[in-house]
Design a protein around this ligand. Structure first.
Ligand code: B12
Ligand code: SF4
Length: 540
């Protein structure tokens, strides 16, 4: 037993079909280990039975534990069901895997925010009581992407407030470091605030020199697809987007090339990893970053890498050299946040080009990338300045011509949060900073909410259409392309298929249905989860 222990429960990024580790959890764990804490991550929370959660607590929590944390960026609605299952038979577990996949798909396609408190709260109380029985001093901490949203929403906060001693919103290295130091020192004269937000002006955490060092206790599989950050933040500030480090200056927060080279080399040598999820909000937001990454990192590695990344298509249009450069870097799964096909809308939200230029750039990509890259298009139905005609046009174009360029789509109805003026006026500038311009000024953009509608995101706009109409269009596009021969298991899910030993060539060759029907995906997934559990919480 050491006196500086931390346990982090998390749920990896899962589409129900396959998984990849969520970067944020392990980034926090790696940072804390560097500070001298002994940290155990227990992942795949949604696949642990009640008995297994208690076993993990027995293994990793004792008198020396400072905090039990929950990292919830990728918690999903299906996490709930599994707790009540003690039946570990393959048949039952496979049923649960497909149930999980159905629930995730349904929730994502409903355009609901992905954060739905996944625990059965009675059980969660039992879990916390079990933790506290080990030592009254242990603190509980909630971290991860939805924390800002929860803490800014009175109703959401009220639901979970009593379970956590501390909430950390946004990038959390600085806050958790201070908090644990404070707990170690028993510093009751200088207590930490219960709710802490990331301060984007702070330079206390030296990101460019930081690296994510995986620990043996993380139980990384051989050849596992790993997440990595090349840079943090995004130089743009689109009207609908509220990522914590939007609008940064262009060369800020980029990791130094030798740090990246070392990270990639070490992952290769220890785990044989060559496949990555690039977690940058916009990977191609800086030409300098791409050039340095190629010249100083990738070209100097004794192996080549493959990766998934979020990209902006207008930047490729402005700088077509990126097409070949991205290919040389190793892009395999490209996800483009295009959002709209209506020129006025695109201009207003902050992605400045036209529909004609979109088509032109997609055609250029197709010519160059061909069968080497799987391309995903991400669109939002219902953004400002859309007209009825432009929305129907987008629906029809995506359902037909679009599939000549894309292998998959991520489609969403616009989700707007309704913020009451009194809540807004009570927010600190730091809290306001966590919101998109569209959520703060929705009236200015022509949206209204029904005062009696308790659901929060169900808006209507000045064109007489609302959230439900947008959701309907999303469903129509998905239904229209469901059997399209060009449809692939795309974006991050395609990349994560490598974790089930399915290669890029297979994902590219087989239509989505063929891949899902032929590859015994659930069985492969189940094998991996069992193997993870055995390594981290031991056999039954
Ligand atoms: C990269 C990324 C992905 C990658 C993840 C790759 C991987 N294996 O990690 C991929 C492409 C797979 C992905 C998929 C999805 N994503 Co995503 N993704 C992101 C993105 C752009 C960056 C996340 C990231 O890694 N950032 C870098 C790390 C360092 O930051 P971080 O994860 O936030 O971690 C920090 C803090 O959260 C905090 N923290 C985290 N854990 C803990 C724990 C403790 C104890 C503490 C103190 C602090 C702490 O400290 C960390 C380090 O600073 C974010 C947007 C954003 N900028 O946040 C969206 C985001 C996380 N994704 C989101 C969503 C919705 C999805 C999808 C559902 C989208 C979809 N429909 O397909 C899927 C998830 C599928 C699923 N069901 O699991 C949402 C999550 C919303 C939420 N949970 O409320 C976000 C916030 C985007 C958004 N729209 O708002 N995503
Ligand atoms: S939508 Fe994309 S490009 Fe725009 S601010 Fe957000 S991350 Fe940056």
């Amino acid at each position: 037993m050491t006196a500086k222990q931390v346990l982090i429960f998390t749920e990896c990024n899962t589409s129900g079909l396959t998984w990849s580790r969520g970067l944020g959890t392990y980034q926090i764990a790696s940072h804390l280990r560097e500070l001298g804490y002994s940290v155990q991550v227990v992942d795949f929370l949604g696949y642990l039975s009640r008995e297994e959660i208690f076993r993990a607590i027995d293994l990793y929590v004792d008198q020396g534990t400072l905090a039990v944390c929950f990292s919830i960026s990728f918690f999903n609605p299906s996490t709930r069901e599994i707790y009540f299952n003690t039946d570990d038979s393959s048949e039952n577990q496979l049923r649960l895997i497909s149930e999980r996949q159905r629930l995730i798909e349904e929730t994502e396609r409903d355009g609901l925010p992905i954060f739905i408190w996944p625990f059965d709260l009675d059980l969660f109380e039992e879990v916390l009581a079990y933790v506290r029985a080990k030592s009254e001093r242990i603190k509980t901490v909630l971290g991860g992407a939805p924390v800002e949203r929860i803490t800014l929403d009175e109703r959401a906060l009220a639901e979970v407030d009593r379970y956590f001693d501390y909430f950390v919103g946004g990038y959390g290295e600085e806050a958790i470091g201070k908090l644990l130091a404070n707990l170690c020192n028993g510093d009751s004269d200088d207590p930490m605030p219960r709710i802490m937000y990331f301060d984007k002006n702070s330079r206390a955490y030296d990101f460019p020199n930081s690296r994510l060092k995986w620990d043996t206790s993380d139980a990384i599989f051989h050849g596992e697809v790993l997440p990595i950050e090349i840079a943090r933040g995004c130089i743009f500030k689109c009207k609908f987007c509220s990522f914590p480090m939007n609008g940064k200056t262009s060369l800020d927060h980029i990791k130094h090339p030798e740090v990246l080279r070392n990270e990639l080399m070490e992952n290769f040598e220890r785990f044989g990893t060559t496949n990555y999820m690039f977690c940058d909000d916009t990977f191609n937001d800086s030409q300098y970053k791409l050039d340095v990454l190629y010249e100083e990192v990738v070209a100097k590695l004794p192996f080549s890498i493959n990766f998934f990344a979020y990209l902006r298509l207008d930047l490729i249009h402005r700088n077509p050299r990126q097409i070949e450069l991205l290919k040389a870097l190793g892009i395999r799964y490209a996800k483009f946040g295009i959002e709209s096909l209506n020129d006025e809308t695109i201009r207003l939200i902050g992605k400045g080009f036209s529909f004609a230029e979109i088509e032109e750039t997609l055609a250029a990509l197709k010519r160059s990338w061909g069968k080497d890259v799987i391309v995903d298009g991400s669109f939002i139905f219902g953004l400002p300045k859309e007209t009825r005609a432009s929305l129907y046009f987008m629906r029809d174009w995506l359902a037909n011509e679009g599939m000549e360029y894309f292998h998959s789509y991520s489609l969403f109805p616009l989700f707007l949060r309704r913020l009451k003026p009194d809540v807004l006026s009570r927010m600190t500038p730091q809290q306001r900073n966590q919101l998109s311009d569209l959520s703060v000024n929705y009236e200015k953009y022509g949206y209204q909410f029904d005062a009696n509608d308790s659901r929060g995101g169900w808006w209507r706009s000045d064109i007489g259409m609302g959230f439900d109409d947008m959701f309907e269009m999303v469903k129509q596009v998905y239904a229209a392309i469901d059997k399209h021969p060009n449809l692939r298991v795309g974006q991050h899910t395609g990349m994560a298929m490598h974790n089930l030993d399915i290669t890029f060539e297979e994902v590219m060759r087989l239509s989505r249905d063929e891949l899902l029907n032929q590859s015994k995906i659930s069985e492969r997934y189940l094998d991996k989860i069992r193997s993870y559990k055995e390594k981290v919480i031991g056999p039954k």
